[in-house]
Design a protein around this ligand. Structure first.
Ligand code: AMP
Length: 118
């Protein structure tokens, strides 16, 4: 079995987080190291290490992640100005935590899409 990450503990509320949304498929909580005024992680409740590991059975959860992002953006009051959704995958994608997560960032202009610095 692939080892869980701390995100599974956050889902089960065994580890504290600033949770903003949870349903039977997905959980969302504020990033511990926010890069912008709004920085929220939206994750599937099932432990899927990377997007490359998802199966057809995960399509509902992936769709729900987008629906949750839309609702959270509204509740954060950033939907009119806009925001960015990011999913990093694997080594070249610089994914740090091996549990699929979508970053919802906004609250100000997020800048150009890609930076080659760093
Ligand atoms: P990534 O580089 O896409 O894997 O992003 C991992 C994200 O998880 C980073 O933005 C971290 O700040 C965030 N993170 C790591 N641990 C926690 C935690 N305990 N609670 C909230 N966010 C976390």
């Amino acid at each position: 079995m692939i080892e869980e990450t701390l995100f599974s503990k956050i889902i089960r509320k065994e580890m504290p987080s600033d949770m903003v949304y949870q349903d039977e498929l997905v959980t969302a909580f504020r990033d511990i190291n926010p890069q912008l005024p709004t920085h929220i992680l939206i994750i599937p409740n099932r432990h899927i290490p990377t997007i490359d590991d998802m199966t057809d059975a995960d399509e509902a959860a992936m769709g729900r992640m987008l629906s949750a992002a839309r609702k959270i953006a509204r509740s954060e009051g950033i939907h009119e100005q806009g925001y960015r959704l990011i999913i990093n995958c694997g080594k070249h994608g610089r994914q740090e935590v091996p549990h699929v997560h979508m970053h919802l960032i906004g609250g100000q202009d997020v800048g150009p899409m890609l930076s080659r610095n760093g």
